[in-house]
Design a protein around this ligand. Structure first.
Ligand SMILES: [Zn+2]
Length: 329
């Protein structure tokens, strides 16, 4: 299941990862309360199992990707920036009385996306890679030695909050001049608006249309749009070079809706910026590609999380989880 800031999506898989059912529900940020998120998750599970005619007791587990900061060990959704007042919500505890299967939560934005790409997408067979997620915010999921690298408090990979200009604009994290204020969709749209003196929609799905519009304007010779797109490619290339210099991965995968829009059109340009800023030796071992699974990555990563827990408690996961290289349990 993927709980987004404005939607819940669920898919039911069998052990061969055949899809047995889909569920989707949209809501607006101001409708969010603990109670209705919990109720909607329960409704999602009940609907999927009923439609697929599967007993809940036969479900191996429920993996849920949550936005924002998550404590997977305690099953806590710690903080979601766009849900006002949402702090330390004990998701697994609240669901436990209502659902029969074990429940596992994690950060759905980038971490589960990286797990999905590792198991089923562009990361198959790789030991070290980074998924760079570019959308409203900037995040990343790091796979090291074939496993998700979490860091000491599950916050590894926050490249969006590395400072690139200490006197730059205020970021939603409270610091100034983070990569995210330049590379996140609201920052791109604001810079275009300031320079062109025009107004583009900023919120929710409108952001996607606004970014598409700036790209199209740049392709049609609008000088302001051209300048903003060039700048954004520059920031993106620098961000990727910083990742390559600090992580030394086999591959960097660009993902997220905005990342895919930029990556599909400007990959060669992005590569040349990366080449200017990355260390030669590290760069020579790294390729730059796009994520393959799109939005499916989070759902497949969430299902992979269940499988990972299942094998960890029943056998040796090491041979299963490394990019599908070996199945030996
Ligand atoms: Zn920040």
């Amino acid at each position: 299941m993927e709980v987004g800031e404005t939607f819940i999506r669920g898919e039911l898989f069998d052990l061969a990862f055949n899809l047995n059912g889909k569920y989707e529900f949209a809501f607006s940020n101001d409708q969010v309360t603990e109670q209705n998120i919990v109720e909607e998750i329960i409704r999602c599970v009940k609907t999927l199992t009923t439609v697929a005619n599967v007993k809940e007791s036969e479900v191996l587990g429920i993996g849920i990707g949550f936005p924002g900061l998550v404590d997977p060990v305690k099953g806590l959704s710690i903080f979601t920036p766009n849900w006002g007042g949402w702090h330390n919500v004990s998701i697994t505890k609240q669901l436990a009385g209502h659902l029969a299967a074990p429940i596992y939560i994690d950060n759905g934005g980038a971490k589960l996306m990286a797990v999905g790409e590792l198991l089923f997408g562009a990361g198959r067979g790789l030991s070290h890679f980074v998924v760079l997620l570019m959308g409203t915010g900037i995040g990343s999921g790091i796979i090291a030695n074939g496993k998700l690298f979490r860091g000491s408090s599950n916050n590894a990979g926050e490249f969006g909050h590395t400072t690139i200009n200490p006197t730059g604009p205020l970021c939603r994290c409270g610091n100034y001049g983070c990569m995210e204020v330049y590379l996140g969709a609201p920052g791109i749209i604001s810079r275009y608006q300031q320079l062109s003196q025009s107004v583009l929609p900023h919120n929710g799905n409108d952001q996607i249309e606004s970014i598409k519009q700036i790209i199209i304007l740049s392709e049609n010779g609008d000088h302001v749009a051209e300048q903003i797109i060039e700048e954004t490619i520059e920031y993106l290339g620098i961000c990727i070079a910083n990742i390559i210099n600090s992580i030394n991965p086999d591959q960097v995968l660009i993902g997220g809706w905005s990342g895919l829009l930029f990556g599909q059109r400007f990959l060669t340009k992005i590569e040349s910026v990366v080449a200017k800023h990355a260390l030669e030796e590290s760069l020579s071992k790294t390729t730059l590609r796009l994520c393959q699974l799109g939005q499916d990555a989070v759902l497949k990563g969430a299902a992979g999380l269940v499988l990972q827990h299942f094998f960890e408690s029943n056998g040796d996961i090491e041979d299963v989880i490394i990019g599908g290289k070996a199945i030996d349990v």
